[in-house]
Design a protein around this ligand. Structure first.
Ligand code: PLP
Length: 439
């Protein structure tokens, strides 16, 4: 409570904004998840690794705008690319050269030859589901319990399901995320626990010729951070193919962040479809879907209309070109590896020295402290472990000048090319302060 008082006291202007704008913005924010406890922080501006809120407080930004922030704020290459594009016009609903350059670079990185662009992760995963259905004529898909793939109907199923509704752990129910999701549609989304090849095999066998494919976050990043068991992703791919179904990776968070070619490169498993968003636009709204000719050909021949007024918007493509060609270079990934080492070794040392329950998981630019003494394997492990440590951690970091994503338990840190070792040591020292004060 004392920590919360400090937090609330320092954010008077944020609280005023939230109160006063609720007449025009439902809930006083622009997206429900901007209002995660302990309340929205209104931001004035950001440069480099830092953001400044409307109360004038400066933070090292490890929230990274929910994982967008690999480039950091106001990166000179993005400022230049976008300023140049603004002067030459920003929207024609016709392709521009930057689009081809970005598509070629993504093809090189991810090992998939054909790409299309949209405006968000939601659009990318929606295209993936639609393409798998269009190619097979089958309407059912499989997703993993506890994963978030955006807010279109087919994937708004068993995202953070209530455990009472969720059914047995080995055979989860398909739980619609609220009354807006038609139960008839939710029934087409079958649900499997993460890491369990047998469960996916059972679904395929029980629904012969009915499953179009599976969408999965290859490293789970909405329930803390859970890596796939050895052989799981390759096993899924061959299992699905054996049943005439496709594999789509949702790399909205992992793509560009865990390796230059995302979790596909990290795992050595190239899926049939791969969804990107977040970091690709360098802070501008951008989504992308890449895939094999067999699937992407359905776009070319008009079987599936992948359309959108703002697809490959010139401003976004100018920023994305700067991101993939100038900012996220091999040097950038070496920098991420250095920061990652400082953070993981620092956190592990603090947890050990103070005997705190917890472990750290990290890949590339992303990582999380999981305040639990056992490793997590799936959603059921995730719901079981208490969140008070994660919440306390958020407040200690916040009051110590480090801005983390909300829900200490679910989300990850994101570092950028503009973060320094000093920035991330602050994260470790805030954790140490928390550990010392709770001893
Ligand atoms: N997929 C994953 C794994 C995500 O984490 C998110 C957003 O957090 C999405 C898809 C949806 O992306 P967007 O918010 O850009 O629609």
């Amino acid at each position: 409570a004392e920590e919360e008082a400090v937090f609330l006291g320092r954010n008077a202007e944020s609280r005023r904004m939230r109160r006063e704008c609720a007449d025009v913005l439902p809930g006083g924010v622009a997206s429900n998840w901007q209002d995660a406890p302990p309340g929205a922080v209104w931001i004035s501006h950001g440069t480099g690794s830092r953001i400044v809120d409307v109360d004038g407080t400066s933070y090292v930004d490890l929230h990274g705008g929910f994982g967008v922030g690999l480039s950091g704020h106001a990166h000179p290459a993005i400022v230049e690319a976008v300023s140049d594009r603004v002067r030459r016009g920003t929207h024609f609903a016709q392709p521009t050269e930057d689009t081809v350059v970005v598509a070629r670079e993504l093809a090189r990185r991810f090992g998939l030859p054909l790409w299309r662009f949209g405006n968000s992760g939601t659009e990318s995963t929606m295209d993936a589901v639609h393409l798998m259905r269009a190619a097979t004529g089958r309407m059912k898909i499989i997703k993993v319990e506890g994963t978030y793939h955006g807010h279109h109907d087919s994937v708004q199923v068993s995202v953070y399901p209530d455990t009472e509704e969720a059914g047995p752990s080995g055979r989860p129910n398909s739980v619609p995320s609220g009354p807006a999701i038609p139960p008839a549609l939710a029934r087409l989304t079958l649900v499997a626990p993460f890491g369990d090849l047998g469960a996916v095999e059972r679904l395929l066998e029980e629904n012969p010729g009915e499953i179009a494919g599976m969408i999965i976050e290859p490293i789970m990043m909405n329930i803390g951070l859970i890596p796939p068991p050895d052989g799981y992703l390759a096993g899924l791919r061959s299992l699905l193919h054996r049943h005439g179904a496709y594999l789509a990776f949702d790399e909205v968070k992992t793509g560009l962040a865990v390796a230059p070619g995302g979790a596909a490169e990290w795992s050595g498993v190239v899926p049939d479809l791969l969804c990107l968003a977040k970091a690709l636009g360098g802070g501008l709204p951008c989504g992308a879907i890449g895939g094999i000719p067999e699937l992407m050909g359905l776009i070319a021949d008009g079987t599936y209309e992948q359309v959108g007024t703002f697809n490959a918007n010139p401003l976004t493509m100018a920023a994305a070109r700067a991101v993939v060609c100038e900012i996220l270079t091999d040097d950038a990934y070496r920098h991420f590896a250095r920061l990652r080492r400082v953070m993981t070794e620092g956190v592990e040392e603090v947890l050990r020295r103070f005997g705190l329950p917890g472990h750290v998981r990290s890949y590339g630019a992303k990582g999380a402290v999981i305040f639990h003494d056992r490793p997590l394997h799936d959603y059921r492990d995730f719901v079981e472990y208490p969140d008070q440590w994660g919440n306390a951690h958020w407040l200690y970091q916040h009051n110590g000048g480090v801005f983390l994503p909300p829900w200490g338990k679910c989300e990850q840190w994101t570092v950028s090319v503009q973060h320094s070792e000093t920035d991330v040591r602050r994260f470790v020292s805030n954790l140490e302060r928390m550990a010392a004060s709770l001893r």
